[in-house]
Design a protein around this ligand. Structure first.
Ligand code: ADP
Length: 225
């Protein structure tokens, strides 16, 4: 059964640069549910990344309420936000953001080790997830030794291996050619539904958005669904 994981109410964001104030978000209302991929679309500069960063507590709204399973997030301290992200969220970016000096397995293990999981368990979990994304033969490869599609698969394994309740994805296939983008999305789609994860995915690619469970559009700084 789907459950509301995140509730955003009247989220506003103004960037102040010197004397110039830019109001990017002008009252966003949005519910994010488990077992559902919500695509956020909108023109370039419409505030998609800003909203995603706020939903993931990487940035703070100027005003408005953001509740994760009923708990207000904006009042958490920075260190509590970091703990919350590590425990409950996963992130996938357009550029994989893997650590170049570490192998695929070590990259996937990293968030588990940070969460205090023993290295033996972290290693086994990383192997399981790299197997799920079809990369058992690449465990000891470094990002520079893998293709773009393989790197995004590692990034997906890293985002999902801690079984986060919500995953935030910013153009996760935006750097791949159409065939690779499609197969990486299929895999992501399958895994997040297996884990009943809530997903917010920013994309400018309408055909990809149409393969998600729901599309919401940011227009004139607002989203109302
Ligand atoms: P999108 O992801 O839809 O392309 P963004 O959220 O990146 O849009 O940006 C929305 C608007 O906010 C843009 O006009 C951008 O210039 C502005 N903006 C984003 N981040 C900052 C920042 N840190 N400081 C000032 N303005 C910003």
């Amino acid at each position: 059964m789907q459950e509301i994981i995140l509730q955003a109410r009247d989220i506003r964001k103004t960037y102040q640069e010197g004397t110039v104030a830019t109001e990017v978000l002008k009252g966003v209302n949005l519910d994010i549910r488990s077992d559902e991929i919500t695509a956020i679309i909108g023109k370039s500069g419409s505030g998609k990344s800003t909203l995603l960063h706020i939903l993931g507590t990487l940035d703070t709204q100027s005003s408005g309420s953001l509740k994760f399973k009923g708990q207000e997030l904006s009042t958490l301290s920075n260190s509590d936000k970091a703990k919350f992200r590590n425990k409950s969220l996963g992130f996938v970016y357009q550029f994989h953001h893997l650590l170049g000096d570490f192998t695929a397995k070590e990259n996937v293990m990293m968030p588990l080790l940070i969460a205090g999981i023993s290295s033996a368990t972290a290693e086994q979990t990383a192997k399981n997830y790299l197997e799920k994304v079809g990369l058992l033969s690449r465990l000891d490869y470094k990002p520079g030794e893998m293709s773009g599609g393989e790197r995004q698969r590692v990034a997906i394994a890293r985002a999902l291996c801690g079984q986060p309740q919500m995953v935030l994805a910013d153009e996760p296939t935006g750097n791949l050619d159409a065939t690779n983008a499609s197969s990486v999305f299929d895999l992501f789609n399958q895994l997040v539904h297996e884990q009943h994860t809530a997903v917010v995915m920013v994309t400018h690619d309408r055909s990809l958005a149409e393969r998600c469970d729901r599309i919401v559009e940011i227009k004139d700084g607002t989203v109302n669904v």
